[in-house]
Design a binder for this molecule. Structure first.
Ligand code: URA
Length: 194
C-alpha cells in the first residue's frame, strides 16, 4: 500500500527497526521538493545532520549545495535523502542489515517524489539501489535506467573534499545530469505533437 508523506514521516520518526535508533539524536528523513524531477541519494547522516535532523548540512552538504547551484538549481527544487535515515556511529558505513531495514523508506520516497533523474552519491548509495558491485572511479558518469528513471552514480562530496582532483570528473557527471534533465523536459514538451 502506498503511504502518504505524513505517514512516512511518522514511521521514520518512530523507527526502531535497527540498532542505529539507539545512538541517533534525530532521524534525518530527507528534504526538498516533494515533486522534484531530480533526487540525490547519499549514504547516511553525519554528525551535523544528526544534530539538525536535515540531510547534507555539514561540510559535504555545503559542497553538494554548491554543485546543485552550479547546474542552475536550488536545493529547494530537488529532493535530498540518504540510504539510512539515522547516523551510523563514527560515520562508519551502514551495515547491510541496517540498509535493508531502511530501504522501504527510500522506496516510498522514490514512489512519492517520482523523480526523472536520481544522482547516487558514492558507492554505498549505488550498492543498495542499482547494483551490488560498484567502483565509483570506474562507474561514475554512466547512466543506468530503471523503469523510466535515470540513475547517475558519482562521487560522494566527502570524497571530493578528501581528494579535490576528482572534482573535474564529478563536474562532468553533474553536467550530464543537467543535460539529461533538459533532454527529458524537451521530450515531454513535444509529446503528443507531431
Ligand atoms: N553524508 C551523507 O551521505 N549524507 C548526509 O546527509 C551527510 C553526509
Amino acid at each position: 500500500m502506498r503511504v502518504s508523506w505524513a505517514q512516512l514521516g511518522e514511521q521514520i520518526a518512530a523507527c526502531e527497526k535497527c540498532r542505529l535508533c539507539e545512538t541517533r539524536t534525530n532521524v534525518v528523513p530527507g528534504e526538498g521538493n516533494p515533486n522534484a524531477r531530480l533526487m540525490f541519494i547519499g549514504e547516511g547522516p553525519g554528525q551535523e545532520e544528526d544534530r539538525q535532523g536535515r540531510p547534507f548540512v555539514g561540510r559535504s552538504g555545503e559542497l553538494l549545495t554548491r554543485m546543485i547551484h552550479a547546474i542552475g538549481l536550488e536545493r529547494s527544487e530537488v529532493y535530498i535523502c540518504n540510504i539510512v535515515k539515522c547516523r551510523p556511529p563514527q560515520n562508519r558505513n551502514p551495515e547491510p542489515d541496517e540498509a535493508a531495514a531502511c530501504l522501504d523508506y527510500l522506496r516510498a520516497q522514490v514512489a512519492l517524489v517520482r523523480p526523472r533523474v536520481v544522482v547516487l552519491l558514492g558507492k554505498v548509495a549505488c550498492q543498495y539501489t542499482i547494483r551490488d558491485q560498484v567502483f565509483i572511479t570506474r562507474d561514475h558518469g554512466r547512466w543506468y535506467e530503471q523503469k523510466g528513471v535515470w540513475f547517475m552514480p558519482t562521487f560522494h562530496p566527502s570524497a571530493l573534499l578528501r581528494d579535490p582532483s576528482k572534482k573535474r570528473d564529478a563536474w562532468e557527471d553533474f553536467q550530464k545530469v543537467r543535460d539529461k534533465l533538459a533532454e527529458l523536459e524537451a521530450a515531454a514538451g513535444t509529446e503528443g505533437t507531431d
